[in-house]
Design a binder for this molecule. Structure first.
Ligand code: FES
Ligand code: MG
Length: 571
């Protein structure tokens, strides 16, 4: 076995190794520094990330497992991002969190890392950082919360907020009843229980091969999560010994497996940007088109909100992730490895399905084609995405006049104006919401519908935006339009009244005006003045360096990796 990385700090009897050991002793015996692996527990627990607040408890079980296997656990709190709290959008800070995680893993005397995440951006940031430093790493997904109920009916986090608030605006639910549902929604510790971004990325962490098999989707309060956390601690010591790294585990096949799973699970559109960003850190070739090519023909097998009815606790009860993957086993790359050193496919076994309402058989899917459709056209030269399973079938082919909003504030100011010229056939366009324009690419694409149309019973319209959409949302929403309006994309040139043509089957998104006329048009002044021109700080660095959605919206200077070596001593 090679000398341990931590031995670069601790081995020897010179002044520097003395300093490294002495400050770490604080009760640790001398043999803690005799060459046994030091394992960081990169912990995104925070009271301000309520979905991850229980991770300190998970970290204790991981630490027990590390001790048991002869390693030394080191709790390493890292930047955390609470999706519902952080302004202007948690996505603005994903790359910053990934950078901080990467740098602290590299800077410290550790041999491997256990990554604890949950809420939407935390697992992507952890995987991006771990990929760039490429130390042996394994994820423990924090798990979804239990199902809350209100008036006897289950409440899906996020999805039911959108539904109930539309009911209030439509006048079919009182504001008081809406308020009463508030304390029922978040029943327990854990992240959102719909198939939103947190659930999706937790499950995909396992499909990518980065967790102990069978752990993803375990509800946060379930004691089996702590048992698996303990076993992950044991595995982390093995990883430090074998040197199995993200670059060993995460192949192109792993990402294609994740795309298949994303479709079968009905996962979040945000997984597109996150998987592209993680692949970009590893130099694994992956494009937006891979999502369409590999995922679009995969049937939707899981009946979970927002595409369906049930919630994450039901998926776990029904047999969990492995039962879903077993249904699409033939579509998975048999060679793609996991942190155990064995291929994912080999570890699936023959799982039973305990509830066929929740996990449908391949022969009788919820929808025959799931996944992500990538659209192109004169409105989105570099692509845009739509999740057909969350859309209304009658709108997948649509032609209608644009109603354009230049910002979220503009949208809120005018949407419910009784004089707004809008019909159910109109196409709502919101721009200036891309990575650079907002900045941070917020989840605002699922625009609320105009109140007067809601009152008429309209429940879906074609909506187009250069931002993202919450993984818990639904509707005929075209997202991630690239290039974004603030980066000179044609979306910034559309005018209210232009005819928009959407044809999902043909994978087209166009504005029906001649190319020459579109090219000659000036972009809307709001797009030119650059909505966000931050003077300093992270926002400045972000706006200057962020890439477009079609490549994962990572910062250009963070692409790739720098490995785990540090060139110089600290004193
Ligand atoms: Fe944290 Fe949904 S708000 S997972
Ligand atoms: Mg979200």
């Amino acid at each position: 076995m090679q000398a341990r990385r931590s031995a670069q700090w601790y081995a020897g009897d010179d002044r520097n190794s003395y300093i490294h050991r002495a400050w770490m002793r604080r009760g640790l015996p001398a043999d803690a520094f005799d060459g046994r692996p030091h394992i960081a527990i990169a912990n995104t627990a925070s009271d301000l990330t309520p979905c991850n607040a229980h991770l300190d408890e998970v970290a204790r079980s991981v630490a027990d497992g590390i001790h048991r296997a002869g390693g030394i656990p080191m709790n390493l709190p890292v930047v955390s991002l609470g999706e519902t709290q952080v302004r202007p959008t948690a996505m603005l800070w994903r790359n910053m969190a990934a950078m901080a995680i990467e740098e602290m893993l590299r800077a410290n005397p550790i041999d491997a890392v256990v990554l604890l995440g949950g809420c939407d951006k935390t697992i992507p940031a952890l995987l991006m950082g771990a990929a760039s430093v490429d130390l042996p790493a394994v994820v423990v997904p924090g798990g979804p919360m239990l199902t809350g109920t209100f008036r006897g009916v289950p409440l899906g986090c996020g999805t039911d907020v959108w539904k109930l608030s539309e009911e209030v605006r439509a006048g079919t639910l009182s504001a008081a009843e809406f308020q009463r549902s508030e304390s029922s929604m978040i029943r327990s510790k854990g992240h959102c229980n719909t198939m939103g971004t947190a659930s999706t990325m937790g499950l995909l962490a396992e499909v990518l091969g980065m967790t102990l098999p069978g752990i993803a989707g375990t509800p946060a309060p379930d004691s089996r999560l702590l048992e698996a956390a303990h076993a992950t601690g044991v595995l982390a010591v093995e990883l430090a010994d074998t040197g199995r790294r993200p670059s060993t585990v995460l192949s192109r096949g792993s990402f294609l497996n994740a795309i298949v799973a994303l479709a079968a699970l009905g996962g979040s559109t945000n997984a597109v940007v996150h998987l592209l960003a993680i692949a970009g850190r590893l130099g694994v070739p992956l494009t937006q088109d891979d999502f369409d090519r590999t995922g679009a023909g995969v049937p939707l097998l899981v009946d979970l909100q927002p595409a369906g009815r049930f919630l994450m606790d039901d998926l776990y009860r029904a047999g969990g992730l492995h039962a879903v993957l077993a249904e699409v086993r033939d579509l998975l790359d048999p060679a793609a490895l996991t942190v155990t050193g064995r291929p994912l496919v080999e570890q699936l076994g023959t799982p039973l399905v305990y509830d066929r309402e929740v996990i449908r058989p391949r022969a009788d899917p919820l929808k025959p084609h799931a996944g992500i459709a990538v659209l192109r056209g004169n409105l989105a030269p570099d692509g845009a995405v739509i999740k057909p399973a969350a859309a209304s079938p009658h709108l997948l082919r649509h032609r209608g006049p644009a109603v354009v909003f230049d910002s979220v504030e503009d949208l809120h100011a005018r949407l419910d104006d009784p004089d707004l010229e809008v019909t159910a056939d109109s196409v709502l366009i919101l721009r200036g919401c891309g990575p650079r324009g907002y900045p941070g690419m917020p989840e605002v694409s699922n625009m609320p519908l105009p109140a007067k149309l809601l009152a008429e019973g309209v429940r879906d319209m074609v909506r187009i935006c250069d931002g993202r959409m919450s993984g818990t949302a639904y509707g005929t929403v075209v997202l991630h339009v690239t290039p974004e309006a603030a980066a000179g994309g044609p979306l910034g040139k559309v005018r209210t009244g232009d005819m928009i043509v959407l044809d999902v089957e043909a994978r087209r998104l166009d504005v029906d005006i001649p190319d020459a006329e579109l090219a000659a048009r000036e972009p809307a002044p709001e797009m030119v003045k650059a909505f966000a021109a931050p003077a300093r700080g992270w926002e400045r660095l972000y706006v200057d360096t962020v890439g477009q959605a079609d490549t994962g919206a990572d910062c250009d200077f963070l692409l790739g990796g720098s490995g785990d070596q540090v060139s110089r001593e600290s004193h």
